[in-house]
Design a protein around this ligand. Structure first.
Ligand code: COA
Length: 126
């Protein structure tokens, strides 16, 4: 949990350093003190209507209880309090990620565009 928390902290500092504002909600499992789930949304300071919904993760041991949806809705309530001009939320996920697609559909997200990324291995140059 300590390592994960440090990673989250670094990521937040990097993003804020690039001039974005970021909002997060985490859920702590009280019995163990472990971070059970986390979600993050961010926006540029120059475009008040546009929010980017970033990564949402629920630890494997805590999946299947709708925690991802609760985290995202709680975080959006938080965003709307501080960013009342937000009108559009953009997010992206792999098209085989059924758990996250189901969650996004439940929130009212609709597909906007699809893209394919290609990758090929490159042998080390040295
Ligand atoms: C997407 C995610 C946050 C959803 O977690 P969650 O809120 O606990 O999901 P739900 O409670 O809605 O689960 C619904 C069902 O899907 C199942 N499920 C959830 N995540 C699953 C996964 N990664 N693989 C297989 N099944 C999964 C649950 O067991 C549950 O099954 P049930 O209906 O038979 O009970 C979680 O799967 C996750 O952290 N995935 C890895 C990170 C990720 O892909 N994030 C999104 C990147 S864009």
């Amino acid at each position: 949990a300590a390592v994960r928390t440090r990673h989250v902290g670094r990521n937040v500092r990097r993003r804020v350093g690039r001039g974005r504002r970021a909002y997060h909600v985490g859920a702590v499992h009280e019995a163990t003190g472990e971070l059970a789930g986390f979600t993050s949304a961010s926006k540029t300071t120059g475009n008040p209507e546009h929010l980017l919904q970033g990564m949402t993760v629920v630890a494997a041991a805590h999946r299947g209880h709708g925690l991802g949806l609760v985290l995202k809705l709680a975080n959006l309530a938080h965003v709307r309090e501080y960013e009342p001009r937000v009108r559009l939320i953009e997010t992206a996920n792999a098209d085989d990620n059924r758990p996250m697609i189901a969650l996004n559909e439940a929130m009212g997200f609709v597909p906007q565009e699809r893209f394919v990324s290609w990758e090929a291995p490159v042998a080390p140059a040295v």
